[in-house]
Design a protein around this ligand. Structure first.
Ligand code: DX5
Ligand code: ZN
Length: 224
């Protein structure tokens, strides 16, 4: 299966976003990952809806909205209207995840679910046949540039085995602390979508960095 790399723009240069988008798009990123924070589920507050509208108009890549917000069901329609192609919400915050997944599909976007590093994988497994994407947080949400928590790879392996057993083809995405070393370990565990922020935006040549990440993941031996 193809390896997708989505660029998290949390730590990009927000005074020069057109150039940032152009550089990741021409450098070979497969999508843009938007970290949406409300100051309640996590402390920081990020992108408001008008900013997201501006950003989605600047770049043709698919936009992935990662909602780190409470009461996601109240806000998903705003993010869809602003141009998100897929919407991922946290199981820690959703009242009725199944209903929200159905709502997202009815609105014509891909539906994703996410869990924090210390949340059990069981609710993810039981919803896996209803979603397009599962996002495993490999840091505690809120900030870019944190250190990868390797224990989450056990959850990735468990979902991967479940998907193989039940013939499910979904995106298994990981987010937080991805670099040349952790990317390979995540892919070995069954990840096919890497969210990478700081490691790209702190580098001088985004295209070269994206290529290096792909190379680091080529031919890794599965360990799920
Ligand atoms: C953290 C976010 C991220 C993250 C990316 O709350 O979900 O997408 O900033 O992580 P880094 O910067 O470590 O690649
Ligand atoms: Zn994220």
């Amino acid at each position: 299966m193809k390896l997708f790399i989505y660029s998290s723009i949390l730590n990009a240069d927000h005074d020069n976003m057109q150039s940032e988008f152009d550089r990741v798009a021409s450098g070979g990123a497969d999508g843009i990952h938007l970290d949406i924070m409300d100051g309640r589920f996590v402390d920081p507050v990020t992108f408001d809806v008008p900013t997201i509208e501006r950003y989605t108009a600047m770049c043709d890549l698919p936009f992935d909205a990662h909602l780190m917000i409470v009461e996601p069901e109240k806000h998903v329609d705003d993010y869809i209207a602003a141009g998100a192609d897929s919407v991922t919400f946290h199981l820690e915050t959703a009242q009725n995840p199944g209903r929200l997944i159905d709502h997202l599909h009815r609105r014509g976007v891909k539906a994703g679910i996410s869990i924090n590093p210390d949340t059990g994988v069981e609710p993810v497994i039981s919803l896996a046949d209803r979603v397009d994407l599962v996002l495993f947080m490999s840091v505690f949400p809120g900030y870019g540039g944190q250190k990868f928590i390797p224990g989450v790879l056990d959850n990735v392996r468990e979902l991967k085995r479940h998907c193989l057993k039940h013939d499910l083809e979904i995106m298994i995405q990981i987010d937080g602390g991805i670099n040349l070393e952790t990317a390979g370990r995540a892919v070995a565990a069954g990840v096919n979508n890497l969210v990478v922020g700081t490691f790209i935006f702190r580098s001088a040549d985004y295209g070269a960095t994206l290529r290096e990440i792909r190379e680091a993941c080529t031919g890794v031996k599965p360990d799920f």
